[in-house]
Design a protein around this ligand. Structure first.
Ligand code: MGD
Ligand code: MGD
Ligand code: SF4
Ligand code: MO
Length: 759
């Protein structure tokens, strides 16, 4: 018999945590080292698919910036190791003081989950309740709140959200997204290849760069950066004027089309085509093709969301599929369920909503935009933000205007960072708390947005937390106890939890409800109570899954038939508990619901059951396009500050060695522009914006439009506090260079000039 190569190796099912797809993977570990990573064929959606980045995940698990102990900043600026008990006792007292002296709104929470971890964040939200603060700042509110706001107006609730069935579509519009590199759609590269190969399916890409996706497309509209609103309204105007819209769909399912139609009739199509710098006949050909398609669908991403007129383009992309009736069928755009409720609904009419102190902003979907946080901290009034809690985010690198972040954070009374790594933000903190990695605890994401079948993947931790690091549920539960908001233990409930699964969780749930009834002040901390009681009965590495029980009960209640169709048995008392058991025991993820297309109409929350197309703010913005200003301020180049490439992945990896190519994070520039500036490939150049400068290495690349340059996202940090790894993009960006309404950044449209650096 041949000897096994790795006698100690074990293989575990989990997921890649580098982008919102969270592909299922199997990891072979030897000790704590990741030997081999493969796509997991058992995953219900990705079925074995992965991209090149997943193979590098050992660089997330094992590196020299991993945090191992709680740290406290000393007066000389260095850190000392302290115990958990000391860290959490001191933080608890400070928080209670801040709350007592200045009120809960002196506290803000930022982060709560990256690409792979939203369960820890759900436990973290309890601290907002503990403080009585409403300030939840998230990365989503620097990219997607325009979409949530439009959804709220259109479908009656900001949690109602659309997805796109690209796999079954015969005419796809990719606008401002590059799925070949950034994914965002199921098994992106396979899906793109299938469309490209099939002569009956059409792929259109709207992008100022000949992106990897554009190279595979049937039509590419190389739009001028930031001018999509002109292009999309010209397409819609063409559809309406040529009577290609779906009148039957519009009258059956929508209200308010007439107002939009009037606006579209008045659009100067030829002028708008020129503004967008796309040939008129190409716009017309695509508009006609899309309107005639059996199954047309639209997929968008940051190319629209982090550029000009983003509230309007969020509206127009929806108009493209609604006006043509490409909604509520296979292969088109659809609504979907969310198992883990990432979003909430903010009712703008609510009298209870307070505005932020400085920018006077309302939240959208319960979230505030990171672009305004430095101003809210530096605000001169008594109602300023004085304490920030950062979890699973590195705002000093990732949010607009790093200088403003560093400056404002230095003025805080208390900054706490919870992370797996010593980040640039952590270095500024008063306390740094080490989290267990996503392979050392139970975790899950809320990015499950499929329809008609939706899935959920609860991943079990398979390694012990490194050194003294702890999973977030443990950190937050201990902190709440230190704040004297919940007890250290719940002996009665612990006992009740032991009978959990056998009796369909009913005795446990009854005991839980009774306990909260008798101790009303515990009610906001249900997550921690579940964790500390039910969590103890779950397998090792799955304790944080306790919070999934109420989610499963709620989901089964809302989608009873669909959950049963997915293969879970039970009646109205037991289905939720059985769904929970299935989720906890399916280590590769599981289908949680199978809907029928008809069900989707029930997801709409408007009282009349219809989709409302008349949205004042969007229509005003459409009107204002006619005399819009240029935002270039005399700078000659538009910098796309944050391109997705083959070896960047947000700020998740810190060791630069993870990159196989593009180690410098080069500046892509068209050869014509380069030759005017006498720049050659490999030269050093300075990129200068209104806010700062960065030295970069030039790469001549004719895929970018003339007048545009691109730099990658996910560089610029300092591994082990050493040399800067490539361009730090947010040294160039400004907080107020953003959408005036949602305050989402214009990262795809940063005005810059270039200077050759003499050697
Ligand atoms: N490799 C890799 N993949 C990732 C990530 C990563 O860091 N690396 N990050 C993940 C995250 S957090 C996100 S949000 C997604 C983002 O995913 P995407 O939005 O798909 O990725 P980007 O490269 O940021 O931008 C998409 C495209 O927008 C184009 N664009 C720029 N300006 C304009 C414009 O004015 N109009 C139009 N129409 N297009 C424009 C760019 O040329 C680019 O091809 O990617 C995820 N996937
Ligand atoms: N200029 C510019 N800026 C951008 C972008 C751009 O294109 N251009 N893209 C933006 C986009 S779309 C996004 S989504 C944001 C992302 O920016 P962030 O929200 O800051 O998220 P990540 O970069 O994913 O960083 C996540 C942090 O989480 C930590 N982490 C990983 N696992 C865990 C865990 O289990 N627990 C805890 N507590 N921490 C963990 C990592 O060490 C890292 O420090 O960046 C934005 N910033
Ligand atoms: S980076 Fe995204 S697409 Fe690539 S393997 Fe990971 S989750 Fe899948
Ligand atoms: Mo993102």
């Amino acid at each position: 018999m041949k000897a096994k190569l790795n006698p100690n190796a074990e293989t575990h099912s989990t997921a890649c945590i580098l982008c919102s797809r969270n592909c299922g993977i199997t990891v072979e570990v030897d000790g704590d080292k990741f030997n081999k990573i493969k796509g997991d064929p058992e995953h219900p959606m990705t079925a074995g698919y992965i991209c090149q980045k997943a193979a590098r995940l050992d660089h997330y698990q094992n590196h020299d910036d991993r945090l191992t102990h709680p740290l406290k900043k000393k007066s000389d600026g260095s850190f000392e190791q302290i115990t958990w008990d000391q860290a959490l006792s001191e933080i608890a007292e400070k928080l209670l003081h801040i709350k007592r002296d200045f009120g809960g709104d002196a506290f803000a929470f930022l982060g709560g989950g990256g690409q792979g971890n939203h369960l820890g964040g759900a436990y973290g939200q309890q601290i907002l309740r503990a403080m009585g603060s409403r300030y939840r700042y998230t990365a989503l509110a620097q990219e997607k709140t325009m979409d949530f706001w439009i959804n709220g107006r259109m479908f009656g609730d900001q949690r109602v959200h659309c997805t796109e069935d690209v796999e079954h579509s015969d005419y796809v519009l990719f606008i401002g997204c590059n799925p070949f590199q950034a994914h965002g759609i199921p098994n992106a590269r396979d899906t793109l290849k299938h469309i490209k190969k099939d002569p009956d399916r059409t792929m259109v890409v709207i992008d100022p760069r000949v992106s990897e996706t554009a190279k595979m497309a049937d039509f590419h509209m190389q739009v001028k950066p930031g001018m999509d609103a002109y292009l999309m309204s010209a397409m819609l105007a063409t559809i309406v004027r040529e009577n290609l819209h779906d009148t039957e769909f519009l009258s059956k399912h929508c209200t308010g089309f007439e107002t939009l139609e009037k606006e579209l009739q008045n659009i100067p199509i030829e002028d708008y085509a020129k503004k967008a710098d796309v040939p008129l006949d190409l716009i017309q050909e695509v508009a006609r093709g899309f309107a005639a398609a059996e199954r047309g669908c639209v997929r968008i991403d940051l190319g629209l969301q982090q550029s000009l007129y983003s509230t309007l383009t969020a509206y127009l992309e929806k108009m493209l599929y609604l006006v043509t009736g490409n909604f509520g069928r296979p292969g088109v755009n659809n609504l979907h369920t969310l198992f883990l409720p990432l979003l909430t609904n903010t009712d703008e009419r609510s009298k209870e909503l307070k505005l932020t102190a400085h920018h006077k902003m309302l939240p959208i979907s319960g979230m505030y935009p990171p672009n305004i946080l430095p101003d809210e901290i530096e605000h001169s009034g008594e109602d300023r933000v004085r304490s920030v809690w950062v979890d699973s985010s590195n705002p000093l690198m990732t949010m607009a205007d790093s200088k403003a972040y560093a400056r404002s954070f230095s003025k805080l009374d208390l900054l706490v960072v919870v992370d797996v790594a010593m980040t640039e933000t952590a270095r500024l903190a008063d306390y740094v708390l080490p989290a267990a990695s996503q392979f050392e605890k139970g975790e899950a994401t809320g990015f499950n947005a499929e329809f008609p079948e939706n899935f959920f993947h609860f991943r079990h931790g398979f390694l012990d937390p490194v050194a003294e690091s702890l999973p977030e549920p443990e950190i937050y539960s201990r902190l709440l106890a230190k704040m004297r908001l919940i007890p250290d233990s719940f002996p009665v409930l612990e006992k009740a939890a032991k009978y959990g699964a056998t009796a369909g969780y009913q005795p446990y749930l009854m005991a839980l409800m009774l306990a909260v009834k008798m101790n009303k002040s515990w009610a906001p901390y249900g997550a921690s109570i579940l964790y500390k009681t039910l969590g103890k009965t779950l397998p090792k590495g799955a304790e944080s899954g306790a919070l999934i029980l109420p989610l499963a009960l709620d989901y089964a209640n809302k989608h009873f038939e669909a959950v049963k169709r997915s293969g879970v048995q039970g009646n109205k008392y037991t289905l939720g508990g059985n769904l929970f058991n299935k989720i906890i025991s399916s280590k590769s993820g599981t289908i949680v619901s199978k809907h029928e297309f008809e069900d989707l109409w029930g997801f709409i929350k408007n009282k009349d059951g219809k989709i409302h197309l008349e949205i004042d703010r969007a229509l005003e913005e459409l009107e204002s396009l006619k005399d819009a200003d240029d935002l270039m301020d005399g700078y000659p180049f538009v910098l796309m500050a944050g391109e997705r490439r083959s070896y960047n992945a947000n700020q998740i990896f810190r060791n630069p060695e993870w990159r196989k190519v593009d180690k410098q994070g080069v500046l892509r520039i068209h050869s014509e522009d380069a030759s005017k500036l006498e720049l050659a490939g490999g030269d050093a150049a300075r990129v200068v914006s209104k806010n700062g400068q960065q030295e970069v290495i030039v790469d001549i690349d004719d895929s970018v439009r003339i007048g545009m340059v691109t730099l990658p996202h996910g560089y610029g940090y300092k591994y082990k506090g050493g040399e800067q790894d490539g361009p730090a993009l947010n040294e160039l960006t400004l907080g107020n260079h953003c959408d005036p309404f949602t305050k989402t950044p214009y990262h795809k449209y940063v005005p810059v000039r270039l200077e050759k650096v003499a050697v």
